[in-house]
Design a protein around this ligand. Sequence first.
Ligand SMILES: *Cc1c(COP(=O)(O)O)cnc(C)c1O
Length: 475
Amino acid sequence: MNYISTRGNTAPMPFSDVLLMGLAPDGGLMLPEDYPQIDRATLDAWRHLSYPELAFAIMRLFATDIPEADLQDIINRTYTSEVFGSDDIVPVRSIKDYKQGLYVLELSNGPTLAFKDVAMQFLGNAFEYVLKAKNERLTIIGATSGDTGSAAEYALRGKDNIEVFMMSPHGKMSEFQRAQMYSLTDANIHNIAIQGMFDDCQDIVKALQEDVDFKTKYSLGTVNSINWGRILAQIVYYFKAYFAVSNSNDDMVSFCVPSGNFGNICAGHIAREMGLPIDRLIVATNENDVLNDFFNGGKYSPRSAQDTYVTSSPSMDISKASNFERFIYLLLEKDSARVGDLFTGVKSGQGFDLSDVAELVSNRYGFAAGKSTHANRLATIKAVYEATGDLIDPHTADGIKVASELQRDDEVIICCETALPAKFSDTIIEAVGNVTLPRPKHTEGLEDLPQKVTVLANDAELVADEIRKVVEPKE
Ligand SMILES: *Cc1c(COP(=O)(O)O)cnc(C)c1O
């Protein structure tokens, strides 16, 4: 299988090259030339596979240039009960006592208690494998306000040929998030607290990436949500969850996904395109509702950074959805030139209007969307707690709020649980009062561990110096 860019100006390349890439050289996103089609007999055969078996069955269709025994080995080392807490890896539970027909897909039982672990843990092992095969090394730089940075660090810690430099805003993360990242003692993990805001951290990453000389010399790379390997790993759990709640492959099931950069639900969209019997894909947004607007009428109006709200579901506080282009490419029948025009506009702050094909978006592609606010979030956390005894995190609450609102008669909806409540204790306590938040064993006492972090002024050159201290430059 070969991969191409949504903008049409990048030579086709195999999986192992795409894996290490961020944006395509032409500015687009990489995706497979075609999505493989899964017939009914194959679906029947997949229904009873274990998580690692299913992951292998799906990923081998996309990673055709990796020898199957090696791919199997990467997957077997990634999806274990030691890392994800159970052999199911992503268990599904019913919340019918809250609302009939609703289920929660537990994606957040990995090391950092957020769904990003499911893909990132795979990426860490896959990166290590590919770098060894190519005899290359990689310096991952990133900016985080919490979830992404910790998921990346826990996936890449101790990996050969990889150094990680993660910028976070000094004093701006929760105590739990700080402890999670800064307590890592692995020699290849470098935490840098910048005296500034999250946007300043992001600007530093951008400045270093745009310095082509520096980027090449120090083999800079990123692991942000546009990475194809992350999308691929996420496709697997849509199949797994579908099999878990359906009786046979005649049933239709919907998904509701708390969304920010459109990475998670993009994987659901691809699973549906492959032939998984998904009825609707419901996008749930918070107050940053650019996707809700698009999926209800076809107008896409990205925000500027200043117009992006700071909310109590912070991992969905986005101004534009960086994976959205992968869907629009298909919607516009692979018209790369038009996709390029639209997203060049987006980059300079313009929106676009595809209301003429809004019908297709819902009827052909199954999308629907809704929005949730701080008040909705608190009310949903409380109502689910009172009905079921389960605490849910604020992002998951946005999903459950929207799913409840849009659910049709007899529709089965699986809501993705994108984080555990322990990560967002302030909002949980605001919603239900003083409760003891359940914490997985491996995070007990985390805040008492010694921490390792370098505090720097807001200056990209100081970060470059830290990289120079550690990484041997390429000739
Ligand atoms: C990243 C994240 C999201 C948003 O996922 P996208 O793939 O960006 O749509 C939602 N909830 C949590 C907790 C996250 O960490």
